[in-house]
Design a protein around this ligand. Structure first.
Ligand code: 18C
Length: 254
């Protein structure tokens, strides 16, 4: 099993942004704009419908408990503010599959299935097995985009969305197929110093991460919730410090 040879027939990324002629174009635009609208919705007393499951400094992780036919569908959201990095840098490292295994702790593998454009590809994640549940995998498109702020006062937005799809070259069956709608949405705040020379100390990134995951088939609720409670905060801390380290000595990518 471990000696298998991966034959990569994936064509290289086309040097062109996602085009209207692409079959995924409408779905991607719809899903992306829904996520972007969410960050402008001012929570109208909605705070109490989310239960905080972790808080550490600027990081807050919330969930809402939802079960359908015994399957845990708890939506998860996290907010974080990190100094020294930009939204572009955060999103770039979240999207770039070449660095994914440097910060992902819950995956066995992650491979490109097909490039759709220079900002979008379909990928296949195989998730580490958690005893006593069956092993899971996921196939999703992943898209990165820069969007201007809604108004003059609102900073620009960088966003990555990972959204489940099907692909003929990775049929379900070998693993239990997880489905997801995950978004990393970032805004960069700059506090310019008196001398006008902006360094990483003057930059903050406001992150909003949301994950709607269907584990696809039964998994013991208490174990799953315990794994989520441990793994999501761990991911957010590990990933953001990874981005800080990876960018510290480089020029700021605005
Ligand atoms: O968003 C993240 N990563 C992205 C890029 O890879 C992508 C992936 C999303 C994964 C969604 C979570 C899948 C959950 C699967 C359910 C597993 C069922 C297990 C049954 C348990 C009883 O968008 C970052 C994602 C951060 C993930 C945090 C939670 C993941 C839990 C996965 C469990 C497996 C980890 C076991 C680790 C054991 C380590 C020794």
């Amino acid at each position: 099993e471990e000696n298998k040879i991966a034959i990569k027939t994936t064509k290289p990324p086309p040097k062109i942004l996602l085009q209207p002629s692409n079959p995924y174009y409408d779905e991607i635009n719809e899903v992306v704009s829904r996520h972007i609208h969410r960050i402008y919705e001012k929570t109208k007393g909605g705070e109490d419908t989310w239960e905080c499951i972790a808080e550490e400094g600027e990081l807050k992780v919330y969930k809402r408990e939802i079960e359908e036919n015994g399957i845990v569908l708890d939506p998860l959201k996290a907010v974080h503010t990190v100094t020294g990095i930009t939204g572009h840098e955060v999103c770039h490292h979240f999207w770039d599959i070449k660095v994914r295994m440097d910060w992902e702790a819950t995956l066995e593998s992650s491979d490109v299935v097909e490039w759709l454009s220079e900002d979008t590809f379909i990928c296949h994640n195989v998730i580490k097995r958690v005893w006593p549940a069956s092993q899971r995998d996921a196939v999703f498109w992943t898209h990165i985009r820069h969007v201007p702020g809604e108004s003059d006062e609102e900073p620009d937005v960088w966003i990555v969305v990972n959204y489940s799809t099907d692909h003929k070259s990775v049929p379900a069956g070998k693993y239990v197929r997880v489905t997801m709608n995950v978004a990393m949405v970032c805004q960069t705040i700059i506090d310019p110093p008196a001398d006008g020379k902006i360094t990483r100390d003057n930059i903050r990134c406001k992150i909003s991460y949301t994950a709607d995951v269907n584990p696809g088939g039964w998994a013991p609720a208490s174990v799953l919730r315990a794994v989520y409670k441990r793994e999501y905060p761990r991911f957010l801390k590990r990933f953001t410090s990874y981005v800080k380290d990876a960018t510290a000595k480089r020029e700021v990518m605005f």
